[in-house]
Design a protein around this ligand. Structure first.
Ligand code: TZP
Ligand code: MG
Length: 230
C-alpha cells in the first residue's frame, strides 16, 4: 500500500459496545460498510484485552485486505505491529508520535487527533500522515470529549495548517456526523481554496446502521457532494 494515496473520504471507526453495535457481529458490519464504500477502517476498542484485540484486528484485516482498504488500530500500537496492519491512530493522551513511528517504521500510517490549532501544527511538524480533527458535534458515542469545536473550529484549524505550509496533509473530522449533516460539515469546514477536509469519520452512522452497506453508499455520495476540489 502506498500511504500517500489513501482515500480518507468515508472513514469508519469501529465500536463494539452493545449500545452501538447491538448484537451484530463487528466483522460483518465492517465487511458490509466497506462493500458499500467505506474507504478506510479504524479498529477502536477500549474494552477488549490484548489477546482478544489481536484476534479481532486479524479478522478485520482479512476483510479490509480483501477489499483493498487500509486498517488502522486506535491507541494500541503494539496490536498494530503484531497483526501487521496499515497503521495506527493516536490521540493526545496516547503513545507519543515519535515512539509510535519508531515501532512502526516509515511506511505505516500514523494519524493523530487534534482539537486545536496548536495540536494540529505540532502533529504535522512531527510527521503525522493525517489528522483527525474534532470533536465537531457532541455525540453519545464518546461522552468524555473535551472540546466541541463545530465546523468553525475545524475551519480555523484548516486555515492555520494552510498558512503554516501544511495544506497537503490529509484531514478528516469526527463527532456527530451522519448522512444528514455530512455534506454541510465538509462545505462549512472548508477553508477553500487553501484547504478543505478529505473526508468524514463516523462511528454510529455506520456501526449502528441497520444496513451498513446502504449507509456507507449514502455517506460516499454525501462526501462527493461536499468535497471541495483541490
Ligand atoms: N472521537 C471524537 S468523537 C468520537 C471519537 C472517537 C466518536 C464519534 O462517534 P459518532 O457516533 O460518529 O458521533
Ligand atoms: Mg486514543
Amino acid at each position: 500500500m502506498d500511504k500517500t494515496k489513501v482515500n480518507y473520504g468515508v472513514y469508519l471507526v469501529t465500536d463494539s459496545t452493545p449500545a452501538i453495535l447491538g448484537n451484530k457481529d463487528l466483522t460483518s458490519v465492517v465487511e458490509a460498510a466497506v462493500r458499500g464504500g467505506a474507504t478506510i477502517v479504524q479498529y477502536r476498542d477500549k474494552h477488549s484485552d490484548r489477546e482478544a484485540a489481536v484476534r479481532t484486528a486479524r479478522a478485520l484485516l482479512a476483510v479490509t485486505r480483501r477489499h483493498g482498504v487500509p486498517l488502522l488500530v486506535n491507541d494500541r500500537v503494539d496490536v498494530a505491529v503484531e497483526v501487521g496492519c496499515e497503521g495506527v491512530h493516536i490521540g493526545q493522551d496516547d503513545m507519543a508520535y515519535e515512539e509510535a513511528r519508531k515501532l512502526l517504521g516509515p511506511d505505516k500510517i500514523i494519524g493523530v487527533t487534534a482539537s486545536s490549532i496548536q495540536e494540529a501544527l505540532k502533529a504535522c511538524e512531527a510527521g503525522a500522515d493525517y489528522l483527525g480533527l474534532g470533536t465537531v458535534y457532541a455525540t453519545q458515542t464518546k461522552k468524555d470529549t473535551k472540546s466541541i469545536i463545530g465546523t468553525a473550529g475545524i475551519r480555523s484549524i484548516l486555515q492555520a495548517l494552510s498558512a503554516a505550509g501544511h495544506a497537503a496533509i490529509p484531514t478528516v473530522c469526527i463527532g456527530g456526523i451522519n448522512s444528514s449533516n455530512a455534506t454541510a460539515v465538509l462545505v462549512e469546514s472548508s477553508a477553500a481554496p487553501a484547504k478543505s477536509l478529505d473526508g468524514i469519520a463516523v462511528v454510529s452512522a455506520l456501526v449502528a446502521a441497520e444496513d451498513p452497506a446502504a449507509a456507507a453508499r449514502v455517506l460516499l455520495t454525501n462526501v462527493a457532494m461536499g468535497r471541495v476540489p483541490d
